[in-house]
Design a protein around this ligand. Sequence first.
Ligand code: 4FV
Length: 251
Amino acid sequence: MIFHVLTIFPEFFRGPFEHGVVARAVEAGAIRIRIHNLRDWTFDRHKTVDDRPFGGGEGMLLKPEPIFLAAESIWPERKPGQRAVLLSAQGRLFDQAGARRLALEAELLLICGRYEGVDERVAGHLADEEISIGDYVLSGGELAAAVVIDAVARLLPGVLGNVASTVQESFSGLEDGLPTLDCPQYTRPADFRGWKVPEVLLSGHHEQIRLWRRQAALDKTRRLRPDLLAHRDRLKPAPQEQDLAGKEAES
Ligand code: 4FV
């Protein structure tokens, strides 16, 4: 996968990709990260990338021309598997399913907003989709682009040592595909300041461990992210009906 990033702060990306999984993926050639400076597609003395919003209002917006020219220079003619993503606070909320979907592409162009935002014609006529990493306002799309690159890269073949670890993790879904938080995890010492690791995890009894982890994942999800379970709970027949169903089954 090739990640193209379009930004007015190319140096911003010096740090995040020089460590850990993403850095190793780049070294291994499993991914390429190409940072493009938006100002390279401006032709006035001040390399202007922004302008005032029509209709008045605070702040400045990124102009459409440099962004369109940059995209058309990076991808002279669009090919399948090339997906342009605008990172913005108005975007669809990014999640693990979104990361899995983007991981199927060959190339991503991540367009980073700055100032008050980006001329709407970018979202309307250039970007294939608009993504937000969360319901809060950032000073720029660069951090969001870095989040998307990290979340997508680690799903790609040859990036994580053992793909298995992406199978059993938060939002990877229990057997019934239900996205839950990952179960609580523990490592040595088994007794830390009197706080003991749950006995079952020391039992070596794999089936009991699997059941404990499933229940613990559900409990933690219900406590911290009931929204993730809302869908399932809506599907489940109401308790009294269940009992009924149960009774019928028993009888
Ligand atoms: C954002 C987000 C975000 C909005 C104005 C940058 C800022 C400025 N991007 N997820 N939340 N972007 O707040 O992706 O252009």
